[in-house]
Design a protein around this ligand. Sequence first.
Ligand code: FES
Ligand code: FES
Length: 163
Amino acid sequence: MQAIIDNNGVKRYLVTIQVNGDNYTRVVKANTLLVNFLREELDLTGTKKGCELGDCGSCTVLMDGKPVNSCIVLAVEADGREITTVEGLAQSEKLDKIQESFIENAAVQCGYCTPGMIMSAKALLTKNPHPTEEEIREAIAGNLCRCTGYVNIVKAILAAAGE
Ligand code: FES
Ligand code: FES
């Protein structure tokens, strides 16, 4: 990764990150968080910031297909990797089946946890298309929801798995 020293003597890095299928090359500070890179540099604000400590899962995105908390991943660590955010799931006007299922099963209240929840569910269903309820609960264990009792969320993921 190429390091660049700016006029103030601060070291920055040139990174290229593939996000939702497109490559983005930007100069970032060593401590730029992936969540801030996505939200502030690319204007992809679907990824939410909650605790910023890796505890709530609202910032979950996929890195090379695996769910990660983007508040504890540095943009420099994502250099050369493939990131998928919630904006990358829908195919033009058509929502992903998990997104549809969250709507149909009333699994969204305030919606703050939803993008992260959906990304964890997406990773689960890609690797395990027919999960049990227990496997679903395990997959979303790192995603906190303050509004729902998780019942409809689990139902939505089960329904999406059945399609
Ligand atoms: S904002 Fe990243 S885990 Fe809470
Ligand atoms: S729907 Fe509000 S935090 Fe989950």
